[in-house]
Design a protein around this ligand. Structure first.
Ligand SMILES: [Zn+2]
Length: 459
């Protein structure tokens, strides 16, 4: 639907086009389950540097309970079978987010304020056109472009988060064909398989498709299902990040902690220069981080930035770190992703490492080893034998708070790679999560194998 044509349309008289059939449906809307299956689209997260957009297999399950109670379980599956699975539970006053797999946020539950909670809940109503129409408040007719008037009627309304929104009604079928609120637009269609016609939904942010739900199922939720909305136990309030600071891991190996994004960055200082491992995006914090690096290594320059892989969250902050003599090292084909994301200047100082190489920082040798994985084909790992620290990205993560989680196939890939190059690190660090150990890695792999075996032995 040409929703952009609505921008210049003006509101005029009140005209109720909604079907009476939905007028009594608002009670129904409070006890409803919505199940979506399809894919989300992520920029700069693909398994191959050649590819800019990744289709992420996703599911979303939403339950709308009494009053404004809601529950949402989302699952997204990234390359390397890395699954994000989060539970959000709350109402119009606020919500909490729980990491059900315990590897990303661990036991720390995040809090959503009232506004974010209301907006998240409100989005659920956009997932089904009938639900949207039956619950939309203050519907008013607006100008419909002349060429579309025969078939469509444009309308404004107020959504469940009290935001102004618009929808396009097919005059003949009296159904919503598209809707928009904030920056998101929703396009309703259907998927025909044989005799079966099932609803489909495309979600766009501006002109970009962010999600394609190939299956949208609505079902009533039992009115007495109060246990649905009980918070899981064992979680704790997310701890404050604290001030932006440097942690000395020993032997001139450092870690940046306390960033607003929760990302970490690492660097090793030799007699001559500094090597940085991954450069995540730190909005508004990079100037201070540069000062912290400078204070840890006075007068020394960053000679190398090593990219564990070229996913956006691992390289997006590089431009602000690069100095005159800085070289960037990435894995096989990394330059394509560097060119695309970081541009000519940074690509010009980038090299692809396709066989093991060493960096001499002055009395300090760092091994840089290609380790293509199912998460990213351009993975590199780096090892500093002096501090026994392994630098890696997304191969293995420990949450900031919580036990070693059940692992993913990539954890085992890392373990096998390290064994093959005879590295047994004391600590394993990454942009995400706390400092892990070799034992933590073994534990996650063990738990992964146990879960896999348990699943395959169940008939
Ligand atoms: Zn990644």
């Amino acid at each position: 639907m040409p929703h952009h044509q609505m921008k210049h349309a003006t509101l005029f008289k009140l005209f109720v086009i909604t079907s009476c059939a939905f007028a009594t449906a608002s009670g129904y809307a409070q006890h409803i389950e919505i199940q979506l299956q399809g894919q989300r689209f992520a920029q700069h997260q693909a398994a191959s540097p050649q590819q800019s957009v990744l289709a992420v297999p996703s599911t979303l399950n939403i339950k709308l309970g009494q009053h404004t109670q809601f529950k949402q379980v989302s699952s997204t599956l990234y390359p390397g079978e890395i699954e994000f699975r989060f539970l959000t539970l709350g109402d119009a006053q606020g919500a909490r987010v729980y990491d059900l797999l315990g590897w990303r946020a661990g036991l720390e539950a995040d809090t959503l304020d009232g506004k974010s909670a209301r907006e998240l809940r409100a989005e659920a109503f956009f997932f089904d056109p009938q639900l949207l129409l039956s619950t939309a408040k203050d519907i008013q007719v607006m100008d419909t472009p002349t060429e579309l008037q025969a078939q469509y009627q444009f309308q404004t309304f107020i959504d469940q988060a009290s935001r102004p929104a618009t929808m396009v009604i097919d005059k003949q079928t009296r159904t919503v064909v598209s809707a928009r609120s904030a920056n998101l637009s929703y396009l309703y269609s259907s998927n025909t398989q044989g005799e079966q016609k099932s609803p489909m939904l495309t979600v766009k942010l501006g002109e970009n498709i962010v999600a394609q739900w190939n299956s949208v199922k609505l079902s009533p939720l039992a009115a007495n299902s109060t246990t649905e909305f009980v918070a899981p136990t064992g979680y704790q309030e997310k701890s404050a990040a604290g001030a932006l600071r440097v942690e000395n891991l020993g032997a001139n190996t450092y870690r940046i902690n306390g960033s607003a994004s929760g990302y970490h960055m690492h660097f090793v200082v030799g007699e001559r220069s500094i090597a940085v491992f991954d450069a995540p995006i730190f909005p508004n914090e990079m100037a201070q981080i540069k000062k912290l690096i400078d204070a840890s290594a006075p007068g020394k320059a960053i000679s190398h930035i090593i990219f564990s892989h070229t996913h956006r969250d691992h390289i997006g902050g590089s431009a602000q770190l690069v100095q005159e003599e800085t070289k960037i090292w990435g894995g096989k084909d990394a330059k394509q992703a560097i060119q695309r994301q970081l541009g000519d200047t940074l690509n010009a100082i980038s090299t692809e490492v396709t066989a093991e190489q060493s960096i001499d920082l002055g009395g300090r040798i760092i091994r840089v080893i290609p380790a293509p994985s199912s998460h990213a084909s351009d993975m590199l790992i780096a090892y500093d034998a002096e501090s026994k620290t392994l630098f890696q990205g997304d191969f293995f993560m420990m949450p900031e708070v919580g036990p070693a989680p059940v692992g993913f196939p990539v954890n085992r890939e890392l373990q096998e790679k390290l064994t093959s190059v005879a590295i047994q690190p004391e600590r394993i660090v990454s942009v995400h999560g706390r400092v892990g150990t070799w034992q933590d890695l073994e534990q996650t792999v063990l738990r992964f194998v146990q879960q896999f075996n348990a699943k395959s032995s169940t008939p």
